[in-house]
Ligand binder design. Structure first.
Ligand SMILES: NC(=O)c1ccc[n+]([C@@H]2O[C@H](COP(=O)([O-])OP(=O)(O)OC[C@H]3O[C@@H](n4cnc5c(N)ncnc54)[C@H](O)[C@@H]3O)[C@@H](O)[C@H]2O)c1
Length: 379
């Protein structure tokens, strides 16, 4: 099935991940259009040499995203720019009639997110989605199927988290992700939050209220010149949420987003505790799915290594191991299928779901101030 011509706006870490995924499209089986990167844009010229060297299909290089969006043959764009630019760049891409895979948090705040959603609403012909790759791990997909098949029975509690630890180094230089004006007031929630919302929100577990504990642990960091400057973003967030499902079930959901979690290099996990059965998945054990078996009145945790069985079939044998870059490729497989009009069992994070994420993060900020539980419907 043909190709879709892509432009990349923001050629940093995630731009390169996309190129890597696009350049091993032969890995995927099935009739999915391949992304062909023909245009790249970044204000930092030093980054573009890598693209010139590794992406022979690139024929347009620019520093102004408006120039890229004016290229008629560009059909779709991947935008991986700092959060303060999401509103401006995403809206411009959609208004230019391009399909858009935008990075999270899909707007620096609730108002920016609302404006992006309005633009998407004006252009239903554009397939607009938000990047979120971790749910595409086979173990996470198994967990989603297990939930949808009623595996947990009555839900007791859900825990969903994403934790890093590199900020424990107080001498780590400040970057835009630790600056309120560029990253946003959400702090770690804007950076890590959507990763932890995708599965719960998709299965219908949307919080009614949130009670937040936010922590700014390292309040200054060295800048590029080594001078100490304020570091005002939230490092860690613990969100205690009340969930009520459409069928009336109510249970607590704990969401944790942490930049300073000792021992957690890059730990994304979800745990579901149920009266019938419990199950969990973590990227610390990326090939396994864990679940409980009842043994009389006790429960045993069982761990099954499920291997390489992602949603989009690939050339890799299903006994092998799955990793981060595979999850990025699977997310892209899902997005390209959606562009081709082939809805997936488990699709990419939708603009409507990003609205729920923004309501949760905004309510969490309010809860931190009020020291009370805040209702999402108020935000
Ligand atoms: N899905 C994930 O796992 C994941 C991981 C990290 C970051 N992200 C998201 O990706 C986005 C980018 O993060 P990153 O880690 O790649 O950051 P990065 O700093 O490595 O890259 C951002 C790039 O945008 C460029 N840029 C800045 N202003 C620009 C402009 N006006 N026009 C064009 N380019 C411009 C910068 O020069 C930089 O190269 C963010 O939204 C972030 O939240 C997602």
């Amino acid at each position: 099935m043909g190709k879709v011509k892509f432009g990349i706006i923001g050629c940093g870490m995630m731009g390169r991940e996309f190129v890597s995924a696009a350049s091993r499209w032969c890995h995927l089986l099935g009739d999915i259009p391949a992304p062909e990167v023909i245009a790249v844009c970044d204000t930092n010229e030093a980054l573009l040499g890598w693209y010139k060297k590794h992406v022979p299909s690139v024929r347009h290089i620019c520093a102004d995203y408006r120039e890229l969006l004016e290229i008629d043959e560009v059909e779709a764009v991947y935008c991986a720019v700092p959060h303060n630019l999401h509103e401006e760049v995403y809206i411009a891409a959609i208004e230019a009639g391009k399909h858009l895979l935008g990075e999270k948090p899909f707007g620096i705040d609730r108002a920016a997110n609302r404006a992006i959603l309005e633009a998407a609403g004006r252009h239903p012909e554009c397939i607009v989605r938000c990047a979120s790759q971790f749910p595409f791990y086979p173990g996470a997909q198994k967990l989603v199927r297990w939930i949808n098949e009623g595996g947990p029975g009555q839900v007791i509690e859900v825990k969903s988290g994403f934790k890093h630890s590199s900020d424990i180094d107080t001498q780590k230089k400040i970057n835009w992700k630790r600056m309120v004006d560029v990253n946003g007031a959400y702090g770690c929630m804007g950076d890590l939050g959507i990763h932890t919302h995708h599965i719960p929100f998709r299965v219908g577990w949307v919080p009614e209220r949130v009670s937040a504990q936010l922590a700014n642990i390292v309040t200054q960091r060295p800048d590029a010149q080594g001078c100490q400057v304020p570091c005002e973003t939230w490092d860690n967030a613990l969100l205690a949420c009340d969930v009520r499902t459409q069928n009336g079930d109510a249970f607590p959901m704990m969401i944790e987003n942490k930049r300073i979690a000792p021992g957690s290099t890059n730990e994304w996990y979800i745990e579901v505790y149920g009266m019938k059965q419990s199950a969990k998945f973590s990227t610390n054990d990326p090939c396994a799915f864990s679940y409980t078996e009842s043994m009389g009145s006790e429960q045993a945790w069982c761990r099954v290594v499920i291997g390489y069985k992602p949603q989009t079939p690939t050339i890799t044998g299903n006994i092998f191991e799955f990793g981060f870059t595979d999850s990025i490729l699977q997310m892209w497989g899902a997005y390209m299928s959606e562009i081709a009009g082939k809805p997936q069992n488990f699709g990419c994070y939708t603009p409507e779901e990003t609205v729920l994420s923004h309501k949760l993060c905004t309510a969490a900020l309010a809860s931190e101030k009020s020291k009370k539980a805040e209702k999402l419907e108020d935000y």
